[in-house]
Design a protein around this ligand. Structure first.
Ligand code: ZN
Length: 332
C-alpha cells in the first residue's frame, strides 16, 4: 500500500496535439515561435506518423509541446472535454515583439486580454490550434533555458504557463486536480465572447506549467487538426507516479499500467469530464539518446522501431527543419 497522499505534481510535463502537414508544423513551431525541435521521432502506436517535440534549449520538463501530424484526419473543433487553450510563459514586456513578429509571419492573433492580473496574447497555429503567450516574471534561477536561434532571449518562450480545460461539469475535475496536489487559487468572470460564465484557476507548486484553468462549457468538439490530444503532468520519479496512479484509481478513474515512452514513463487516464490526462516521469529525458547539441537533428526510433528504420523512413514525408543560417530576413 502506497501513501494515500501522493507527492503533488509540480505542474504540466508536456502537451500533445494533432497537426496536419508536418512541414508546416515544424516551420511554425520551430521557425516562427522559435522553440527547439528537441526530438524527431514517430508515434509509438502508429510509426507511419511523425512525433515532433518542441521545447526549450534543453528539453526541460514543463516545456515540451508535441505533435502528431496526422494528415489523414480532418480539421478538428475545440470543444467540451478537451484542453481548449495552451498557454506559454514569455518574459514581461515582450508582447510588442510578438505582435510584430506575428504580423511579419502572417499569424492569426487576437487582442491582448487581462486574466488573473496577467497579460495574455491569444493566437492560432496554422492548423487553428488556440495558443496563448502570457507575460510572466522569469527569475534568474528559472529552470528553463531559452532557445534563441530565431527569437531573442528577451522574448523567447519559457515553457508552459497553463492549460484551460472546457468541461461540462468542472466539479469532479476540480476534486481530481486537488488530489493531484493543485490548489484552487482564484475565480473570475469569463469575457463575453468566451464560453462559460467563470474561469477557476488551480495552481501547482512548480515554476513552470503550474496552472490549470477550468471553465464550464458546452461547445461541441471533435478531435482533429488543431486540437489537443492530451496533457501530461509531471510525476518526477517512478515512486511519485505509482502513488499518483493509486490516488487517481482510488478517486474512481481507470489509469493504465505504466508504459515506457522511451524519454519518460507514462500512465494515462481519461478524467471525469473526458480530457485525456497523462502522468509522466522526468527521467530519462530527451538527452538520454542524443547529445544536447544534436537534439532533434536525426530521426530517433525507440527500441524495436530501429530494426524497421528503412521501411519507416521510406513511409515518412521529408521534412526540413528551419535553421537560422538559411532563414530570410523576416526570421531574424
Ligand atoms: Zn504524452
Amino acid at each position: 500500500m502506497t501513501d494515500p497522499t501522493p507527492t503533488p505534481t509540480p505542474g504540466i510535463h508536456h502537451v500533445t496535439c494533432i497537426a496536419g502537414d508536418p512541414q508546416r508544423n515544424v516551420d511554425f513551431w520551430a521557425g516562427t515561435l522559435g522553440l527547439r525541435l528537441v526530438k524527431r521521432s514517430v508515434n509509438q502506436d502508429d510509426p507511419g506518423t511523425y512525433h515532433f517535440f518542441f521545447a526549450d534549449a534543453e528539453g526541460t520538463p514543463g516545456t515540451s509541446m508535441t505533435f502528431f501530424p496526422w494528415e489523414s484526419l480532418p480539421r478538428g473543433a475545440v470543444g467540451t472535454g478537451q484542453v481548449s487553450r495552451t498557454a506559454f510563459r514569455v518574459p514581461a514586456g515582450c508582447l510588442d515583439y510578438w505582435e510584430e513578429r506575428f504580423d511579419a509571419h502572417g499569424v492569426d492573433y487576437g487582442d491582448r486580454i487581462e486574466r488573473f492580473g496577467e497579460t495574455v496574447l491569444p493566437f492560432r497555429d496554422p492548423d487553428g490550434l488556440p495558443v496563448e503567450l502570457v507575460e510572466a516574471r522569469i527569475d534568474g534561477d528559472d529552470p528553463t533555458v531559452p532557445w534563441t536561434e530565431f527569437v531573442p532571449e528577451s522574448a523567447a518562450i519559457r515553457g508552459f504557463h497553463s492549460v484551460t480545460l472546457w468541461l461540462a461539469d468542472p466539479k469532479p475535475t476540480g476534486e481530481l486536480l486537488r488530489t493531484m496536489g493543485l490548489e484552487e487559487r482564484d475565480t473570475e468572470p469569463t469575457p463575453a465572447d468566451d464560453p462559460g460564465d467563470e474561469r477557476t484557476r488551480f495552481a501547482a507548486a512548480g515554476p513552470v506549467g503550474a496552472y490549470v484553468d477550468v471553465v464550464r462549457a458546452d461547445e461541441s468538439g471533435r478531435q482533429g487538426h488543431g486540437t489537443v490530444h492530451h496533457v501530461a503532468f509531471q510525476t518526477p520519479t517512478d515512486e511519485d507516479q505509482a502513488a499518483m496512479r493509486e490516488a487517481v484509481q482510488s478517486a474512481g478513474l481507470r489509469p493504465t499500467q505504466q508504459i515506457d515512452r522511451h524519454w519518460f514513463r507514462s500512465v494515462y487516464f481519461r478524467e471525469f469530464a473526458g480530457v485525456l490526462f497523462e502522468l509522466a516521469t522526468n527521467a530519462p529525458g530527451y538527452t538520454s539518446d542524443e547529445p544536447l547539441d544534436e537534439l532533434g537533428e536525426r530521426l530517433v526510433l525507440p527500441g524495436p522501431f530501429e530494426d524497421r528504420r528503412g521501411a519507416i523512413e521510406d513511409a515518412l514525408p521529408d521534412v526540413t527543419v528551419p535553421r537560422a543560417e538559411t532563414a530570410d530576413a523576416n526570421d531574424r
